[in-house]
Write a protein that binds this ligand. Structure first.
Ligand code: HEC
Length: 136
């Protein structure tokens, strides 16, 4: 690989990262939520789904994510909980329930409060948009 080519790839990479951030579809996110999360976290996301009482640990109220994080929606934390980067037993521990499913075909870049773009998949981006829209 010659020097010019290396420069070009660097420019292309920078353009991708600095480019417009992914469009997030909260309606799509809500559909995913109802299908995959509501049994435990509840249809209104307050932690009272039908499976919640069968689980020994408390199922968190997902409308209070921002409130519990100093008023800022913890997008990176939530994405890691869903895709299994943060191992959590209720979500399948070492065998994440959702990681594979939500991988999506393409990685997308999301803005985060720190200004550092976060790479995730379109379904997770949509889920985050809906969850952020329901914060109390
Ligand atoms: C099998 C029941 C179950 C399902 C299905 C489930 N969760 Fe959870 N979730 C839990 C439990 C229980 C916890 C708390 C685990 C703990 O504290 O160790 C949790 C924790 C979380 C947390 C961390 C909240 C916090 O304040 O720390 C997030 C975010 C979350 N879930 C999002 C989701 C999303 C989004 C989905 C759907 C893709 C989902 N969960 C599906 C049971 C479930």
């Amino acid at each position: 690989m010659n020097y010019n080519r290396i420069c070009l790839s660097a420019v292309a990479l920078t353009a991708t990262l600095a480019g417009p951030l992914t469009a997030q579809d909260a309606t799509q996110g809500q559909e995913l939520y109802v299908a995959y999360c509501a049994t435990c976290h509840g249809a209104d996301a307050t932690g009272t789904g039908p499976m919640a009482e069968l689980i020994a640990v408390e199922t968190p109220d997902l409308t209070g994510l921002s409130a519990r994080n100093g008023g800022v929606f913890p997008a990176v934390m939530v994405a890691s909980q869903i895709d299994g980067r943060d191992l959590m037993l209720a979500h399948g521990g070492q065998m994440p329930l959702f990681g594979r499913f939500f991988e999506g075909d393409e990685a997308v870049a999301l803005a985060t409060p720190s200004g550092q773009p976060m790479m995730t998949s379109q379904p997770i981006a949509d889920l985050l948009a809906w969850l952020e829209s329901i914060q109390s």
